[in-house]
Design a protein around this ligand. Structure first.
Ligand code: NAD
Length: 392
């Protein structure tokens, strides 16, 4: 069905997605990554969990385009229904297959719940049939809920111990507002760890290891974030931070499991970027708007595609990205640079409605937010009807 698609924003989410805009962005990212082509990774095989958006999609594009790898991507997205568009990740996945179709490599995408054992079985059968074994597993899941042992767990974004009161950004109306979030209960903390911690990552690696579906020298990465002082109470010292601590601990356990096959598990601490998940965290959008401005001024800004292209080329291929004492890949070292952070701290204290445009990149934030859903893309005529019934 063809229809004119306009953005419909509800809080920090847009409920529509524009296929043409998303196709164009994925194609551009694929073309940029192709320019960094490295030939000696061809034929290697990667499984990406959370492959349709944000960091997972960007990693998949970089692995397939810059390194010519074969990939399997798992995501949980909604198809189009009647006059309702599909979710952005649905169209991104179609766009990925279109962009990669000119390559000789093989790619498979599965729309399923990564938390379910049925999905693990399905993926194991796919790996066995099509790839034999996998060499890389990228864990880039950001999920609001998980069903396990017949129970539903939710992921909460809350501080621990004390109420969080902070400035935040109403990016649609370009306003600085104040937000208050009550502290989490122990049940909410545990539930968040169950969803966003490392249990599911560990289950996936163990499952594939036992089935002998991972190769010698296999590598797995999961993505984490640390961030600045201003977001500490709501992020790293909050419920999500507890989940990230759990994720990081699991890397150590997985390293012991993988030692006999000379495999490794590592955390990559990535930069704060605009994604559906980061838009939902109070205070983070204001911090990102400041970060983008300051990093653009210093010439070190990267969007999600460039950041993961650097991860793949400078870390996976060249092993040049700094590694910290906890064995984490510090992709965020440019973000956490003290000059950048000091400048943000000063601006954070001063920022208000009158100087928002001058001190922060609220416009850049806005554009990146709408681009997640395929809007604000140059060359797309948003007044024209577009086919939305596109199958995966
Ligand atoms: P995102 O919201 O852009 O993408 C999440 C992906 O997970 C999508 O592909 C979605 O389909 C998939 N997904 C969600 N639930 C699923 C399920 N049950 N089964 C299968 N797939 C499912 O998220 P993102 O911001 O790219 O985050 C990915 C990871 O990177 C997270 O661990 C996040 O903490 C981390 N990270 C994000 C940032 C940031 O600023 N966005 C910074 C550092 C680290």
């Amino acid at each position: 069905m063809e229809t004119v698609v306009k953005p419909r924003v509800k809080g920090f989410i847009c409920t529509t997605a524009h296929p043409k805009g998303l196709f164009s962005l994925v194609e551009q990212a694929f073309g940029n990554a192709r320019e960094k082509r490295v030939e000696n990774f061809k034929g290697r095989k990667a499984l990406i969990i959370g492959a349709s958006q944000g960091y997972g999609l960007a990693t998949r594009i970089a692995l397939a385009s810059a390194l010519g790898m074969d990939t399997i991507g798992i995501a949980l997205e909604k198809p189009p229904k009647g006059n309702k568009t599909a979710t952005a990740g649905w169209y991104n996945t179609v766009a990925f297959h279109q962009a990669v179709s000119k390559e000789p490599s093989s790619h498979y995408s599965v729309n399923a719940d990564a938390f379910s054992v049925g999905t693990m079985e399905k993926i194991a059968a796919l790996i066995e049939k099509k790839f034999g074994k996998i060499d890389y597993l990228i864990y880039s899941l950001a999920a609001p809920r998980r069903i396990a042992d017949g129970k539903q767990y939710r992921s909460y974004i809350k501080p621990i111990g004390e109420k969080f009161v902070s400035k935040t950004l109403d990016f649609v109306n370009e306003k600085v507002t104040v937000i208050e979030v009550d502290p989490a209960t122990q049940q909410e903390i545990d539930s968040t760890v169950k969803v966003m911690g490392g249990e599911n990552w560990e289950e996936w690696v163990e499952f594939l290891f036992i089935r002998k579906l991972i190769s010698e020298n296999f590598k797995t990465y999961a993505y984490s974030y640390i961030g600045p002082e201003v977001t500490f109470p709501i992020y790293r010292a909050g419920t999500i931070g507890k989940a990230k601590e759990d994720l990081e601990e699991r890397a150590k356990k997985l390293n012991r499991l993988l030692a006999p096959i000379k495999g490794s598990a590592q955390i990559s601490v990535n930069k704060a970027v605009v994604t559906q998940s980061s838009a939902a965290i109070p205070a983070v959008p204001l911090y990102i708007a400041l970060l983008y401005k300051v990093m653009k001024e210093k010439g070190t800004h990267e969007n999600v595609w460039d950041h993961m292209l650097r991860f793949v080329v400078s870390h996976i291929v060249e092993n040049k990205v700094p590694i910290d004492d906890e064995n984490r890949v510090r992709m965020d070292s440019w973000e956490m640079d003290s000059e950048i952070q000091n400048e943000i701290k000063e601006r954070w204290n001063k920022i208000n409605e009158d100087n928002l445009l001058e001190l922060s990149d609220v416009r850049g934030y806005n554009i990146d937010f709408f681009r997640i859903f395929g809007f604000e893309v140059e060359g797309v005529d948003y007044e024209q009807p577009v086919e939305i019934d596109i199958s995966w």
